[in-house]
Design a protein around this ligand. Structure first.
Ligand code: SF4
Ligand code: SF4
Length: 420
């Protein structure tokens, strides 16, 4: 089906109006330059097929806009606008992480004061920031069926993230991950300051993207090479028992090298969209592979698509959505930004296959958050959340944190005895 270009009504009418104005109702003008007889450079017109959106396929005006009661408007918008819903879920998870951080800080104050400060139990969610320990726990669980009692929630969080990715693509990165939220906020800030962000040229983009896979391969092969005894030795080592405490102290007393590295990454994230996630995050690499295996894909209906390219322009992962039938890219984070801007009904959505029914985007968001909460919630109920390190043991370990058994060398922990 071929349609003529037409200004749409609906949620993205503004953007599309701009596009239509730019393209006009005349044939598109391409950017190929020519020199005319007076020596002036003018664009050379090129006739392209122009498509119109039939009235029955135009997306209607969102209902929340006509709602006058504010809380009903918010509720309706949450159920209609995937990007609004995504921001709400991102905010909720970022606040949860801040809450965990605040509790852990109070726990650290208690521990480093030798118990003089008020006791705050250690929040188990902090183990979500120990991915190497979780990877080692995963292999140990795989071989023995045992969820270790040193960092059980670290393993559960890893399993929840992988489960979400296998079912719903790399959605964890764009809906839940606090680093992903920070990264997105930084490039949005960059757009506000500079009016744009910059794309790294393709010839450099591809090798840089492989860096995160190299980092992931390094960690995966390091863990894969560990025998059962080495896994057990690491998991129950004094170093691993205090790994979250050591991580906190690393950031609390950060070296100038580490601080400068973070500052450079932040600055790069302001000018390049998702710099850390796209090029360096080994977790993201692993989830990219899991997401690639997911049967759900962003799917474009070539019959009704009007080739407006709004989807491609909206994609923060630089995917050419307007050319894809199904988006197989490992960089697709299921953010739904492309789906949200498509001006044609039933043209761009998430499906199991081209022929299957689409998953409504508000349902998709609830599935992402719901699957993560369900896995972690079940683990809490089943008793696989809190670790078994007592208050007294923590206090004893806090007092000897400088001992050799709390150090490690390239992932290898020193020998330790039953009383360490
Ligand atoms: S293809 Fe769509 S869902 Fe995937 S990253 Fe790009 S905008 Fe987001
Ligand atoms: S799929 Fe992309 S190119 Fe096609 S109509 Fe929708 S936004 Fe435009």
């Amino acid at each position: 089906m071929r349609y003529h270009d037409e200004t749409p009504t609906g949620p993205f009418a503004g953007k599309h109006t701009h596009l239509s104005t730019r393209m006009g109702s005349q044939p598109f003008a391409d950017t190929t330059q020519r020199v005319d007889v007076e020596g002036l450079t003018r664009p050379k017109p090129r006739k392209l097929a122009i498509k119109k959106i039939p009235p029955e396929l135009r997306r209607g005006k969102p209902a929340y806009k006509s709602e006058s009661v504010w809380y009903r408007r918010i509720f309706k918008r949450l159920s209609e606008d995937s990007q609004y819903q995504r921001s709400a879920i991102q905010l909720a998870f970022a606040l949860l992480c801040l809450w965990i951080g605040a509790e852990f800080t109070l726990f650290m104050q208690w521990g480093t004061s030798g118990g003089a400060e008020a006791f705050m139990p250690r929040p188990p969610g902090v183990e979500g920031f120990l991915p190497i320990s979780a990877l080692i726990s995963l292999k140990y669980w795989w071989h023995t069926g045992i969820i270790n009692n040193v960092h059980p929630s670290g393993l559960i969080i890893l399993l929840a993230i992988v489960a979400v990715s296998l079912l719903l693509k790399k959605a964890f990165c764009s809906w839940l991950c606090p680093v992903g939220t920070l990264s997105e906020s930084l490039w949005m800030l960059g757009q506000r300051i500079f009016g744009r962000t910059w794309d790294i040229p393709r010839w450099l983009d591809y090798p840089l993207r492989s860096l995160k896979y190299l980092l992931m391969a390094f960690f995966v092969f390091s863990v894969a090479g560990m025998g059962l005894d080495a896994l057990r030795m690491f998991i129950y080592s004094p170093y691993n028992k205090m790994a979250d405490v050591k991580m906190y102290l690393f950031f609390a007393d950060i070296s100038s090298t580490a601080l400068w590295t973070i500052i450079i990454l932040v600055l790069l994230s302001v000018v390049v969209k998702n710099f850390w996630c796209r090029y360096l995050c080994p977790y993201g690499a692993m989830l990219g592979i899991a997401g690639w295996l997911s049967p759900l894909k962003i799917t474009r209906n070539k019959e009704t698509c009007v080739d407006c390219e709004l989807c491609t322009k909206a994609c923060p992962s630089r995917i050419k959505v307007h050319k894809a039938g199904r988006v197989w890219s490992d960089e697709c984070m299921s953010c739904m930004a492309c789906v949200a801007v498509c001006p044609v009904k039933d043209t761009l959505d998430v499906r199991l296959s081209r022929k299957s029914r689409p998953v409504p985007t508000p349902v998709y968001g609830m599935l992402v958050a719901g699957a993560f909460v369900a896995v972690t919630g079940m683990a809490m109920l089943a008793g696989f959340w809190q670790n078994s390190i007592s208050r007294e043991e923590y206090l004893r370990r806090f007092q000897s944190l400088d001992a050799p058994v709390y150090q490690h060398f390239r992932g290898e922990v020193p020998a330790y005895g039953p009383h360490d």
